[in-house]
Design a protein around this ligand. Structure first.
Ligand code: FES
Ligand SMILES: [Fe+2]
Length: 335
């Protein structure tokens, strides 16, 4: 088919919205039953993670780059790549006198401590024992059995994503004063969408609630607000495949099969009175539109925009999650 014929078939994903203004939309609080959300959260928390924790974006740990330091569940972790690009991870303190290995250097694929030059190639050495690590192509996961306390698994539960080569991905990270379950609970309340984020979502309807463990998804019709009254309507499904992950997958409409994965990683230990949690959100977008090939080519320029959109939503959603923790931790939680 010629380009011209192709262009004539092009239809815009944008629709003009005629729905009510913010205050005139139907309240959702009757449907957003606290018990329903809390049951969905309990089922999510009962799933297995195999002790895997998301620590960040794959592209942030670069071969030949500096090591990456993270704290997960109160455990200091250092990550780096070998010369051949393989991921390495282990305790963040040098086995000699405890220097912070995140500030060390990678030389020829080995991590060289900047205090006295001890070099680690990723294999056990002098009491330093590596952690299992997994690079899924978008995110890096580390397995910490002492933090997770579950039966360990070989691999993390990685959500199904659009195939490589047909997608654009971006990873956004922020940190809140709450526990992972507060982040997950926020995501398992889809009803707040067009009330709490009117600058991003309109006309949100939950068309199907979870039916229990065998069919545990929220299905939502919602329009993304683009500009003025122009919107992109989609159907999306929210699921929690493991205790610290919620996946939103577009099932119908523009960008079908695209996913937004929200991963909540505890930074502080279980006994910490002031818990902090990292929200690592991966947007993996696809589209069968012709223009999407251009978008893929422009991915480096698009990523900051995608992160900016996620950041705007998470400013609100972290306030929700932190508020939930503040109420829970003082016995004032309504649920
Ligand atoms: S503390 Fe690392 S080599 Fe001495
Ligand atoms: Fe939200």
């Amino acid at each position: 088919m010629s380009d011209r014929a192709d262009r004539t078939r092009w239809t815009s994903p944008l629709r003009r919205r005629r729905g009510p203004e913010w205050a005139a939309q139907s309240p959702t609080w009757r449907e957003a039953r606290p018990a329903l959300i809390s049951d969905a959260l309990k089922r999510a928390c009962a799933r297995r993670s195999g002790n895997w924790f998301v620590v960040g974006a794959s592209r942030d740990v670069r071969a030949g780059g500096r090591p990456c330091g993270r704290t997960v569940g109160g455990v200091e972790v250092v990550l780096w790549r070998s010369d051949t690009g393989e991921l390495r991870a282990g305790p963040g303190a040098c086995p000699h006198l405890g220097a912070p290995l995140r500030d060390s250097r990678v030389v020829c694929g080995r991590l060289v401590c900047h205090w006295h030059g001890l070099a680690l190639d990723g294999s056990p050495f002098a009491g330093w024992t590596p952690y299992p690590v997994h690079d899924d192509g978008v995110l890096v996961w580390v397995r910490l059995d002492t933090v997770g306390g579950e039966e360990p698994s070989q691999r993390p539960v990685v959500p199904v994503r659009p195939t490589t080569g047909s997608r654009v991905d971006a990873v956004f990270t922020t940190v809140g004063r709450c526990e992972p379950q507060d982040v997950v609970a926020n995501r398992l309340d889809p009803w707040h969408g067009s009330w709490f984020h009117p600058q991003s979502f309109v006309d949100l309807t939950v068309v199907r609630e979870p039916q229990g463990d065998d069919d545990d998804a929220f299905v939502v019709d919602v329009s993304f607000l683009v500009a003025g009254r122009l919107v992109v309507p989609v159907r999306a499904e929210f699921t929690a495949p493991e205790p610290r992950t919620v996946v939103m997958r577009i099932t119908q409409g523009e960008g079908a099969t695209s996913v937004v994965e929200t991963h909540a990683t505890p930074l502080t230990g279980a006994a910490d009175e002031r818990p902090r949690t990292a929200v690592v959100e991966a947007v993996v977008a696809t589209s069968d539109r012709r223009g999407f090939a251009l978008a893929r080519a422009a991915a480096p320029a698009l990523r900051p925009l995608m992160r900016c959109t996620a950041g705007r939503l998470w400013r609100d959603d972290l306030a929700y999650a932190e508020r939930r923790w503040a109420l829970r931790s003082t016995g004032r939680f309504p649920g």
